[in-house]
Design a protein. Structure first.
Length: 355
């Protein structure tokens, strides 16, 4: 039996979108691919209301985290860490031989604009990394306030991971001045894994011109050059996934992005109200994610047993991430899920736990 996914990625993919992958294969140097790919880029720009350069590499989101460092940082980067994925960016920067300093906070807390400002006053950084939606802790960073502070330091690029929020939480990329914004297909896009989405500012592209050690596969300048000359990708893309993405973007347009964001907020409110009544939230109050809720296991239930019981009924939720296993559990409300589906899941949890 298929278990409906209430986990923070991969998310549930609707049947018509899965079926869209079965289009006959085309060559990635054919006109048909140029039409498919330039169509996708155009739709993304429209839905995200961005004038920045947009690219869809065949990779998972982590590849673009690494690419953001490799293309935009020669030496000094400031990484804000408060969970598994924000810590991953610090690890990546170090693995790329960059000099990375951290604003290291406990998991569940979140970086504040004044913390970043204090660091930027003390030292010149080429870039700051922020995970806007920390999936391991269900935390939303105050990206709007952070962006305001960053405007005072125009030489420092703002690199933002929106892997588990883009298309579910409204992020005004151009208005905020985000230099690299990145996401993965298997989260709020409600697509299978395998594609990443990168939205890259003029400023980031200019910086890439003077940074060495950009690597080959995700060299932003080569990718842009290839797109501008041919409307294609430099290497062979996951064409089947792109058919699915193209269709899914049409469906998002039909839903309307404001409606999509509202649906996510409604689902988040429902789950968070339930969690506060029956458990507690793990996340610092006021910084709750709108796409995933991380619940403090105050009743000391066995999360593994709960998930086994839910599995028998056709649902899957997530245990806590890494060191938070059993201490917390996570319910994702992202992608194409509806409030009715969330209600159904919560009713089943109530029945199993006799709440
Ligand atoms: C916030 C965040 N960043 C990065 C990643 C890594 O993305 P991917 O698995 O697509 O490489 C994830 C995956 O869950 C995530 O939630």
């Amino acid at each position: 039996m298929h278990k409906k996914l209430f986990i923070p990625g991969p998310t549930e993919v609707r049947k018509d979108i899965l079926d869209a992958q079965a289009e006959p294969m085309i060559g990635h140097r054919m006109k048909a691919f140029t039409e498919l790919y330039t169509g996708i880029i155009g739709k993304l720009k429209e839905l995200l209301q961005t004038q920045n350069f947009v690219t869809v590499p065949t990779a998972s989101g982590t590849a673009l985290m690494e690419a953001a460092i490799r293309n935009c940082v020669s030496k000094d980067v400031l990484c804000c860490t408060y969970g598994a994925f924000s810590e991953r960016w610090l690890k990546i920067a170090k693995a790329c031989d960059r000099t990375a300093n951290a604003i290291a906070l406990d998991w569940g807390k979140v970086v504040k604009p004044e913390m970043i400002e204090e660091k930027l006053k003390a030292k010149k950084y080429e870039a700051v990394t922020v995970v806007q939606n920390e999936t391991s802790t269900g935390t939303r960073a105050p990206i709007e306030e952070i962006a305001e502070v960053m405007k005072k330091y125009p030489e420092t690029l703002l690199l933002v991971d929106t892997v588990s929020s883009l298309m579910g939480d409204k992020i005004e990329i151009d208005k905020l001045g985000i230099d690299v914004c990145l996401a993965s297909s298997q989260k709020c896009f409600a697509l299978p894994p395998g594609l990443a989405v990168g939205i890259i500012s003029e400023k980031a592209l200019k910086k890439a011109e003077i940074v060495s050690g950009k690597g080959h596969y995700l060299n932003f300048l080569d990718i842009k050059d290839y797109f501008e000359k041919k409307g294609q990708t430099p290497t062979t893309p996951a064409i089947s996934l792109m058919w699915a993405m193209s269709k899914q973007l049409d469906k998002m347009k039909a839903e309307g992005m404001e409606n999509r964001y509202k649906r996510h907020t409604e689902m988040a409110t429902y789950v968070q109200d339930w969690a506060k009544k029956n458990f507690a939230l793990f996340t610092e109050p006021g910084y709750e994610s709108v796409t995933v809720t991380c619940i403090n296991n105050t009743r000391k239930i066995s999360v593994a047993d709960l998930n086994t019981e839910l599995g028998k009924r056709g649902y899957a939720i997530s245990n806590g991430y890494g060191k938070l296993k059993e201490q917390t559990f996570r319910i994702a409300h992202m992608g194409d899920l509806t409030l009715d589906e969330i209600r159904e899941l919560i009713d089943n949890i109530d029945e199993i736990l006799k709440l």
